[in-house]
Design a binder for this molecule. Sequence first.
Ligand code: ATP
Ligand code: MG
Ligand code: MG
Length: 479
Amino acid sequence: MSGSRPLARRIIGVETEYGITCAPTADGPPPMNADHAARELFDPVVQRSRSSNVFTRGGARLYLDVGSHPEFATAECDRLEDVLAQDRAGELVMADLAEQANARLAATGVPGRIHLLKNNRDAEGNGFGCHENYLVRRRGDFWNDARTLIPHLVTRQILVGAGHIAAAGDTRRAADGLRAYVFSQRADQMWDAVSSATTRARPLINTRDEPHADAERYRRMHVIVGDSNIAQGSTLLKVAAMDLLLDYLEHGGELGDLALADPMRAIRDTCHDMSGGVLLERSDGRTITPLEVQAEHLGRLRDHVAQGVEVTALHEAALDLWERGLQALRLQQPELVDKELDWAVKHRLLTRYCQRHDTDLTDPRVSRLALAYHDVSPGEGLRQRLEGAGLLRRFVDEATCRRAVDTPPATTRARLRGAVVARAEDLRRDVSVDWVGVRLDDGVCSPVTLSDPFCAVDERIDALLESMGRSTTDPPIGV
Ligand code: ATP
Ligand code: MG
Ligand code: MG
């Protein structure tokens, strides 16, 4: 197309907090609580690094904050393939730690198995999150952009929600007294549209100004609302949609006309209506349904792309999935997306089980099946079985995801960080690392600040690696 331009590069990272439990393997109570299980899980990490907050050879951050939710924050990615591979790498890292911990428990006669769950709610109903991070150019109307994205963030759960059996105490469960299947685990936990606090106020977008990059040029859009996804299709659609919407806004696109009167009420109403057709009140006094909000966003993006933006094959795949996801709801035919979008994959799994066993969603066996969908261990989790049976579609193959555990994205500064971490691990040298820099703890070489996340080659890092000495595994980074 003449006059077209490639979609602007953007740094994207996904942080996932995991739920953890230790299930008894013999009669009796769980042998340890979640805090204890999390400490057990991180034991090898602490042994190796004297810290429960580390960066990996793959450029990611693996850590245990206060509380008991192990977290994996992916390295900075500027390709959708890398986001998917890195996100899956996080599951593999967690599964590996769980396997090691379970072997230790078995060896010491502790009657329990640790499970790691990529979901957003524990048995007591406490929530934990999955955050997305998008780099945006610093300009005057960031706040405006953040606000105009709210209708999208409120309603995107009809496509990328993970699906959830609403708790028995939920006042909006189906009128017949059965538990209802709803779109999202997260919607009922959000309290504020835009705010700088993440825990107390639970905003959809966190506006804390911490760009992890040159603050003169960039900001980081920190999206707090969103379910942790198992299906790669859901993750793909979630991040590709935001990537395209931000590009649209950065090039003069408008979404402000779709503002909702009461976003926090709308997010709950959207969650609990599986038709996608609940009426939401707009700021201008009219009404709109979640389906209409999403169709409008998709239409504007299709026009934006048609006006000369070259997108990747995965962006195209996401737009196609978006369209089919809306159609599945309009026609009430989840089978249109039941291999690609979590809510539909899980819905199919649970309804098939209910039909086979002549039961319903209140059955504890069904709740256990729903949990197994989110379990990341290869033995107990359902991912491998579903993928093997052709019931869960992959967009990036497993070998690539496995490589991402130790191999950072090649096109961002994560490449530099990963090289330093790898060399330090190989040579048993102590380094201090964060998102924007690396430093050798012995002070022999000056610290290196990596303020440009797009920069994957840096002579100062070559020099730092050189000063650390050669390891047998690494080629020079600058080549
Ligand atoms: P916390 O979760 O402890 O509140 P945080 O929000 O800074 O801190 P981290 O868990 O450290 O989050 O993860 C940061 C995420 O942001 C990572 O996934 C990383 O890849 C991504 N990221 C890093 N730099 C940038 C950037 N400049 N723009 C967008 N995303 C970034
Ligand atoms: Mg985090
Ligand atoms: Mg965060």
